[in-house]
Design a protein around this ligand. Structure first.
Ligand code: AMP
Ligand code: GLY
Length: 429
């Protein structure tokens, strides 16, 4: 099969690596890709949001399957587009139609979906400028802190957690007046959930599904979970508190009703569902849905899946997932992101990267990198994810750290405490 991966991050380098290892893959293309994906296939200088260019590339390269990495093309309707074009509709595409991607594209839509299907989540109210007074009242009915979410996609920045009511009211007004542009013309006000977060991943063909290994990501820039939010500084899988009893609850109270709910609403959801969960004293509640895999969670979750990935993805597109047995590496995987100093605020690009060839017993997934005359240069904030696997999380972290040290570029920064908050759980099992 000829396969096209859409995107340019670490997640897409994982997809490209796994796909290129499959005997079912003849030619692999990545649009636009990075310096790492160029080792797995051919990078195409195309934006995944330019559907016309994607269509032309599919025809030119006789693409049989598309694997979208990030949410933007899915929320913009790339699946509906491919399936409605006579010259493209034979192409398998591992993603949901727009109506399914809206579970990520609109917080209001996803909260209403959860309410319709009795899926446990935080109490909420959706507000616009027209009913801002109801918003103030709802805030007064809640306890601090207060959670305010821009309804639309806001590049991961649209969630504010305010410590007091006056600040919450002020922020609600600012958001509705355009703090995040059109994305916050509707704001979802939520009850604050106390607990510990984790991520659950589901691959579905619309009818049957597989729960993939769970993960925990580390979003803050600083050690000890301090400082600004980032796209993710590292991740671990498995998560020690996600034991069989907890995952059974997740399956019964969240995954099953989500899949059945999509079916009952005639949404033919194919692809990944990434469910952000809060473990509230043993009770799982949904924080958010995403219509794709996470980054850096993919660097540990798909990294642990031993199946032929093309066979797995093709089975999902062809509604044959029930025939596949998921094979998961039982070892602990840890990934650590090397980022460019200054990230997630302003940072420079174009620093030469060296030392990748010295990495041993770990896997390098590249993200913000590009090739320039045979050199690999930094080309983004999150530059390289180093993933290691071992019998214990601590051994995997040490391996990741040893190898992270070997890769050099100016202003490199990474967190050395990925997974350390979970130590208490490892020690108790
Ligand atoms: P979201 O984009 O909805 O995942 O929100 C971003 C982050 O805000 C989450 O990963 C949580 O850390 C936090 N968050 C969101 N909603 C809540 C909530 N209802 N209670 C507590 N924390 C929340
Ligand atoms: N790591 C979080 C995300 O991919 O949204």
């Amino acid at each position: 099969m000829n396969i096209l991966v859409l995107g340019s991050g670490g997640r897409e380098h994982v997809f490209a690596t796994k796909i290129s290892q499959s005997p079912l893959c003849s030619q692999l293309f990545i649009a636009p890709g990075n310096a790492g994906t160029a080792n797995c296939g051919t990078n195409l200088a195309i934006s995944p949001l330019d559907f016309k260019a994607v269509a032309n590339a599919c025809i030119e390269h006789k693409i049989d399957m598309i694997v979208p990495g990030n949410e933007d093309p899915l929320v913009a309707g790339i699946v509906d587009f491919i399936q409605s074009e006579p010259s493209l509709k034979h192409i398998l595409i591992l993603g949901p139609p727009q109506a399914g991607a809206m579970l990520e594209g609109s917080k209001d839509y996803s909260k209403a979906f959860m309410k319709r299907h009795n899926i446990p989540t935080a109490a909420y109210l959706s507000v616009t400028l027209d009913n801002i007074q109801d918003g103030y009242q709802f805030l007064e009915s809640l306890e601090a802190p207060y959670v305010l979410k821009a309804d639309g996609l806001a590049a991961g920045k649209g969630v504010l957690i305010e410590p007091d009511i006056a600040q919450a009211k002020q922020s609600l007004k600012e958001m509705l007046e355009g703090k995040f542009g059109q994305a916050s013309s509707t704001v979802v006000i939520e009850e604050f959930l106390h607990g510990i977060e984790m991520s659950c991943f589901v691959l579905t063909d619309g009818v049957s599904y597989k729960i993939l290994p769970e993960a925990k990501d580390y979003k803050r820039i600083g050690e000890g979970d301090t400082g600004l939010n980032t796209g993710g500084m590292g991740a671990v899988s498995p998560v020690p508190f996600a034991d069989d009893a907890f995952m059974n609850l997740v399956k019964q109270s969240i995954v099953e009703p989500t899949i059945k709910g999509l079916q009952s609403e005639n949404i033919h959801y194919v692809g990944f569902i990434f469910i952000g969960l809060m473990n509230c004293n043993g009770v799982p509640k949904v924080i958010e849905y995403n219509c794709r895999m996470g980054d850096p969670e993919t660097e540990v979750v798909l990294h642990r899946i031993l199946n032929d990935h093309v066979e797995l993805y093709k089975a999902a597109c062809e509604k044959r997932l029930n025939l596949i047995e998921l094979k998961v590496n039982p070892q602990h995987a840890v990934t650590v992101f090397l980022v460019s100093g200054g990230y997630p605020e302003s940072f420079d690009k174009g620093f030469e990267i060296s030392g990748i060839e010295y990495v041993q017993s770990a896997t390098v997934y590249q993200a913000g990198t590009k090739l320039d005359n045979g050199k690999i240069l930094t080309n983004g904030g999150r530059v390289i994810a180093v993933t290691a696997s071992a019998t214990t999380m601590q051994q995997a972290l040490s391996l990741a750290m040893e190898n992270a040290e070997k890769i050099k570029f100016d202003k490199k920064y990474y967190r050395k405490d990925i997974g350390q908050d979970l130590k208490q759980y490892y020690e108790s099992i």
